[in-house]
Every structure is written in C-alpha cells, then in structure tokens.
Design a protein around this ligand. Sequence first.
Ligand SMILES: [Mn+2]
Length: 230
Amino acid sequence: MHRKIIGLSANINKDNPIAEYANVSYVQSIIKAGGTPIILPVSDDEGIIEDYIALCDAFIFTGGKDIDPKFYNAEPQKGLGETSTILDEYQLALLYKALNSKKPLLGICRGFQLLNVALGGTLIQDLDRLDYTLKHTQDTDPTDTSHKVIIEKRTKLSQLFEDEIYVNSYHHQAIDKLGDGLIVAARAKDGIIEAIELSDHPFCLAVQWHPEKMLEKDDEMLVLFKRLIS
Ligand SMILES: [Mn+2]
C-alpha cells in the first residue's frame, strides 16, 4: 500500500510568479509523519483542481500572505499586508472542493484564516490596530515558542494535546467573526482565536500558529501531522 498523498496548497510571490512553492518545513513535516507530500500549483481550471482532489488523501493549506478583504465583504484597512487575487481564488476553489470531498484537512496560519473566510467568517486585518492583545508577531526564531494557548475541552485538538500548550506566533491578522459550522478549539490568553475545527467533518482542523516550524526543534507537534495522515 502506498503512503498517503498529502497535497500542499502552493504559494506564489506575486501575481506573475516565477515560482510556485511550499516551504520545506511543511514538506519535511509530512515526510516525518509518514506521508508523501506533493505541491499543488495555482490553477483557475476547475478540472485540474478536481484532479488534485482525486489524487490526494488529505490536504494542508499553508501559511502566506494576507487574504484580500473583498472575500469577506470588507474594505482594505491600514495595516493590511500584501494580497494576491489569483492566489485567493485558487486556494478558495481548492478549499471548497476539498471540504466537499470530506477528506482530512489541516489549515495553518493563512490556511486557518482561509478556512474561516471560506465559511463566511471575517478577519481582523491588523492586530496592531488593537491595544489589548498579546504580541502575536514574535521576534525570536520561528522554531521557538512564544505565547500559550488554552485548548477547549471536547475538541479534536484536546485529544492530541494538554489543556495549555506553548505555540509560536507569526500572524498580524486574526479571526473576527467565526465562519458557519466552525467551533473554537483554542484561544490565546487575550481571547484571540488560535485554533478552529469544522463540526460535522471527519477531520478539518486549523491552527493560527506554525506547527511545521516547531517540529524542526521538538516533536510535540508531530501528532497533528500524524493525525492528519492516519
Ligand atoms: Mn498568536
């Protein structure tokens, strides 16, 4: 039996990309957990996206740039970072089809925000506009942890981790209104949502932190990738 094929949503630097890529830490995390990674290049062809869905056993929606606020019916605010319509439209199309397939799905950082937006949720465009939050863009190495998250009981995440864990934090945006069917699986101590799950789905979980970077230093996050693959 072949190893499980895990599709990674590709990232691009600009709307006229010279490369389509996924950071090596995602690739290595999948391999370490026993899966076979493949990168799924940007496409606006529905047939190609359907082929991706058929080919893969599970999906990881990766980190990256901000999502254009038009996809959650908001105007761009000060502090919004770089966006790409081509990337947003591709990843949203891939995500909708992945959700319909009911295949396991893990969202990371941008992928976490994308899942919320795809289900009708909204984002805080820049946490620096708020004064009550913790520091969510750490200045230390990405393999280091930063702040704690408190995991909600009776969630899939609570089956994998202790009640409180330290995570890294590399996001200047956050979930504002939660999308339809999503539940909060973890929060930081300032109330910022750090993990979500889709109820009524076999395994659809997303985290605001970067477990793939933490895995370079420590195996605590390996269970997340193993659960996706199993
Ligand atoms: Mn954070």
